[in-house]
Design a protein around this ligand. Structure first.
Ligand code: 13P
Length: 253
């Protein structure tokens, strides 16, 4: 049985002070969610990670939004796995469509990062998803399959089980135009099928796959009602504690 998961991707939002305020006021919510078998987390910017670790409920998942696969060296502007570990981070979002678009992050680059994270006992949250153009051409599945195969290349089943996936159609991100629950389920079930062909049914059944793209308190329950959708990666609606609380309520329903 896969445990439900809600992750708030804060993107480039919040100062350390604002992030600290969220961390403090979400402490009880984390226990409440866990009492209903829902794991919850947030992904602050690098400069906010430490304050969120120090002030949040210790059981809250705190993820970075990127990492470099090298431990140290001449990589200006980058942050390494040992640096994240040193401030208590064990989850990292990889391959978000915004990083793919604005920072040329490829699935192949994500694969190196996934391997480096797994070698350090950390959890990669690997994002995939197609553009509106690909969706309208009816080529979503081929596109997403390539992202999954490249991201998971060279992993064995035990390693693959430790990766969490988020399917985020780009046309649904920040647009208010969420994918219907049927579209989200269809693609996520397809992804699970790809994982089964790569790593076997048992591993595929264990891998958590989230939906992301204009998830709100009012629609999260619809996604959670689907067989293969294990939770949500949420942008805008995760920024305020009240809305984050309502997302958890929606997931409990
Ligand atoms: P929104 O929830 O703001 O559409 O963002 C989704 C997303 O990109 C989460 O990673």
């Amino acid at each position: 049985m896969r445990k439900k998961l809600l992750v708030g991707n804060w993107k480039m939002n919040k100062t350390p002070e604002e992030a600290k305020a969220f961390a403090l006021s979400s402490k009880e919510l984390v226990d409440y969610a866990l009492a209903h078998d829902i794991d919850v987390g947030v992904a602050p910017t690098f400069v906010c990670l430490q304050t969120v670790v120090e002030n949040a409920n210790k059981k809250m998942i705190i993820a970075a939004q990127n990492v470099n696969e090298h431990d140290h060296g001449a990589y200006t502007g980058e942050i390494s796995i040992p640096m994240l570990k040193a401030v208590g981070i064990s989850w990292v979002i990889l391959g978000h469509s915004e990083r793919r678009e604005y920072n040329n992050e490829t699935s192949e680059a994500c694969n190196l990062k996934i391997k480096a994270l797994l070698a350090s006992d950390m959890t990669p949250l690997y994002c995939c998803g197609e553009s509106l153009e690909i969706f309208e051409k009816g080529e979503t599945k081929e596109f997403v399959e390539k992202q999954i195969r490249a991201g998971f290349a060279g992993l064995n089943a035990e390693e693959a089980k430790k990766v969490v996936i988020a399917y985020e159609p780009i046309w649904a991100i920040g647009t208010g135009k969420s994918a219907t629950k049927e579209i989200a389920e269809d693609t996520i079930a397809f992804i699970r099928g790809v994982l089964a062909s790569l790593f076997g049914e048992e591993a595929a059944e264990e891998i958590r796959i989230l939906y992301g793209g204009s998830v709100k308190p009012g629609n999260v329950a619809e996604y959670m009602s689907q067989k293969d959708i294990d939770g949500a990666l949420v942008g805008g609606a995760s920024l305020e504690v009240e809305s984050y609380h309502q997302l958890i309520e929606g997931m409990i329903k």
